[in-house]
Design a protein around this ligand. Sequence first.
Ligand code: PLP
Length: 341
Amino acid sequence: MVDLRSDTVTRPTREMRRILAEAEVGDDVFGDDPTVHRLEEEVAALLGHEAALFVPSGTMSNAVAVAAHTRPGDEVLLEETAHIFQYEGGGSAALSGVQLWPIRSDTGLPDPRDVSARVRPLGDPHFPISRLLCLENTHNRAGGRVLPMDGFRSVIETARSHGLAVHLDGARLWNAAVASGRPESDYATLCDSVSVCFSKGLGAPVGSAFVGSKELVDRGRLIRKRLGGGMRQVGILAAAALHAVHHHRTRLAEDHARARRLAEGISELAGLDVKLDSVETNIVVAEVVRGTRDFWLRELRERNVWAVGFGGNGVRFVTHLDVDDAGIDLALDALRSIEPE
Ligand SMILES: Cc1ncc(COP(=O)(O)O)c(C=O)c1O
């Protein structure tokens, strides 16, 4: 079978299991875990920031970010299909007491004019305080698109000109770096904080990092503790994450090439539609044009190909460390053999 539901489904490699078994550990809540320190230092340096904090998930990393930048009652601007708005259980409202104001966009990147138009006047007690802009790169719901650097820079400059801080949900920033040929720090240093995940394309079993200035990350450490995310001998997981950062970044290009081959095959089918120019990394979103989405998902599953429903009427396929060329062949053969009504 081939599991194309998400890049989160990878199993730790044999080498990764060996490394995590041998990891040097300590109690990280006491600040004693040397492997966690190494991971945090390396990731902060890689992204061009002062400090990093190892957290259990991308969702917690974003929750820490929103809480660290805001106070209850503040307003946060973000694109309307952003992961923080769509898929984090309403955490920003529940945990930070902030109000999210989503902005529509076709590409995942908000237009600077829409950001400006939503910034509230200061000093009028009718209004919440506009505090933070959240961006996402690569953008999951936009089909893994890489935010173009010019637009990215320009929306950040606009946000800053209004006094907003900027947080980047970079769960797949590694993919954006490989696809654009730019180092991760090109994007990361433009933002006040960044969240990166080790458990997606990089293939580690668990973990993300919240990255920013030392002051912000210290505040994040308190928030992580409040959320129950302080972990003890977590160097075993940090070791897997370090291994993934060292050895699984450049190979993301293989995932991107396989996603493209899959998308090209899908584009020849009558029953599914895929916008080839939107396939820039490891995510392929196909819109159902014949049959129903449930039909496609069921027929694929019967042929040992796993995908997920996505957005309005889409089917999402994601390539990753555990998908090889034979997996793409299996998926294409299955797709070609399905005949919708
Ligand atoms: C863009 C983005 N941000 C954040 C997350 C959350 O990560 P986690 O599943 O580790 O909580 C995901 C998960 O897929 C994601 O795609």
